[in-house]
Ligand binder design. Structure first.
Ligand code: HEM
Length: 448
């Protein structure tokens, strides 16, 4: 229906009745306008879609109430620490791959879509909260299930009339599990804060200074300063933003590489070439330009949704063509320009080296990196709310893939089923199977 609208209305906005009422679909050429105009509100979108005033929804609540703390922490503290967290990401990836895929040189099968979010939860928790919580099975479970339970509960709640919601939300399937995740998550985070505080107090008594922990617990606190804030809510919000988004990306990339063993070989060769000469230096991932191009192409070709930049209008807005969008309208910006033949030659073809070629044109080096957001690449949104975690996500996915490709061979166990859509969202096939086997690696990744 959405693609019919794109064809029929030729670059003009149109309306589709979606799972949450009417959605105004704005073609990609409106991304700049929507992304730079505060009247298109991100907070009101969260408010409308994710019920921040109900118990259990402390994650979305924190992403509104503590938006500033969260975004500043990710933009400054996390992104600026990327060079320092490579060692931790490598260490955790090595252990996780050993635990999950083992060392068997014979072919085995796995349903990777079910494994990717837990894998990303483990790697991300190592960076966000340190090694102790990265080994805490209940926290790792919450980091995955909190988002799933929230999506289930929210989708159902949206279908219940506003006036009834305060009375029935407790009975909506998924809500109990969501609330339990939030309660257990809060206990785990409080216990970790308490553990750190007691070490600090012990050290103080002994006259020893305690080294600052460089992770999100400390960063949120530093950014908040004297301001009171909900540390556990921010952690839940971080899992909501970071785990499934990155997990799906890793899955989609691995399925594409498993589908085409030639690309797998080429991407692996680049990894080995760069790592053999440079090791895990700050610049190594930047030098893997085919890998970057391949990931951006996966994001263009296999988006998680046909839309990006979901907003709700805070007041009525007159568009340049005179159309008036009323207050309270749900806006979604289409990723239609991902298929724009003016910018992308043969857009219907998946070309892993597409962006590598585009970057090699004069003056284009920085315009087509995976993390670069433009109206032609909306996978990370655009404008004021463009994903602040994309620099971390990019490094995390690349590091995970380096280990996964250099240590293992991958291929499809069965042909992929056609993509399955729920509204504008692409839902991955959880049962899709990959085959993998341990290979003899060209370089020892742990001693680089
Ligand atoms: C491949 C992985 C990821 C994808 C595809 C992704 C995608 C997105 C998108 C589409 C948006 C909305 C942008 C807009 O509406 O303009 C967004 C926002 C956001 N993302 Fe990501 N994201 C990813 C990973 C992460 C990670 C790892 C983090 C945290 C470390 C993160 C934190 C956030 C936050 C906090 C926001 C809200 C920004 C705001 O309120 O201004 N994301 N992301």
């Amino acid at each position: 229906m959405i693609w019919e609208g794109v064809k029929k209305f030729q670059g003009k906005p149109f309306q589709v009745i979606g799972v949450n009422g009417p959605d105004l679909m704005f073609p990609g050429r409106y991304a700049k306008m929507v992304g730079g105009d505060k009247r298109f509100s991100f907070d009101e979108f969260i408010e409308k879609d994710f019920f921040p005033s109900y118990p259990g929804f402390e994650g979305p609540k924190a992403s509104i109430v503590h938006a500033n703390i969260m975004v500043t922490t990710i933009r400054t503290k996390l992104t600026q620490s990327l060079g320092h967290v490579t060692g931790d990401l490598c260490d955790e990836t090595e252990k996780a791959l050993h635990d999950v895929f083992g060392e068997n040189p014979d072919w085995q099968e796995c349903a990777f879509n079910k494994l990717s979010a837990p894998l990303v939860a483990r790697l991300s928790t190592r960076v966000f909260l340190g090694p102790i919580l990265a080994a805490n099975q209940r926290w790792l479970e919450i980091a995955v299930s909190y988002t799933i339970n929230m999506m289930i509960t929210s989708r159902l709640l949206r279908q219940i009339p506003h006036a009834l919601r305060p009375f029935v939300y407790r009975f909506v399937p998924g809500w109990r599990a969501l609330r339990k995740d939030a309660i257990d998550g809060r206990k785990i985070i409080s216990a970790e804060i308490e553990r750190r505080r007691s070490i600090w107090e012990e050290n103080k008594k002994l006259g020893i200074s305690t080294a600052k922990t460089a992770d999100s617990l400390g960063w949120f606190q530093e950014v908040a300063g004297e301001q009171q804030f909900d540390q556990a809510g921010c952690q839940l919000s971080l899992t909501f933003a970071a785990i499934h988004t990155t997990g799906q990306m890793l899955s989609k990339a691995l399925f594409r590489l498993a589908e085409n063993v030639e690309w797998q070989k080429e991407v692996r060769e680049e990894m080995v070439r760069v790592l053999r000469t440079d090791g895990w230096q700050k610049t190594s991932l930047y030098k893997m330009k085919l890998l970057d191009s391949f990931l951006k192409e996966v994001h263009r070709f296999d988006p998680g949704s046909t839309t990006s930049m979901h907003r709700v209008t805070k007041e009525s807005v007159a568009l340049p063509d005179g159309t008036v969008v009323p207050k309270g309208a749900q806006i979604k910006v289409l990723q239609d320009l991902h298929m724009d033949p003016v910018v992308y030659s043969n857009p219907e073809v998946f070309d892993p080296a597409r962006y590598l070629k585009m970057r090699s044109q004069p003056g284009q080096e920085n315009n087509w990196q995976w993390i670069t957001v433009t109206e032609h690449s909306l996978g990370f949104g655009y404008g004021k709310h463009a994903c602040p975690g994309r620099f971390f996500a990019s490094n995390e996915v690349k590091i995970a893939l380096c280990w996964m490709l250099i240590k293992y061979d991958w291929e499809l166990a069965e042909p992929l089923k056609p993509k399955w859509w729920l509204g504008s969202e692409m839902i991955p096939d959880a049962a899709a199977k990959l085959r993998y086997r341990r290979r003899e690696e060209e370089i020892d990744l742990s001693t680089l």
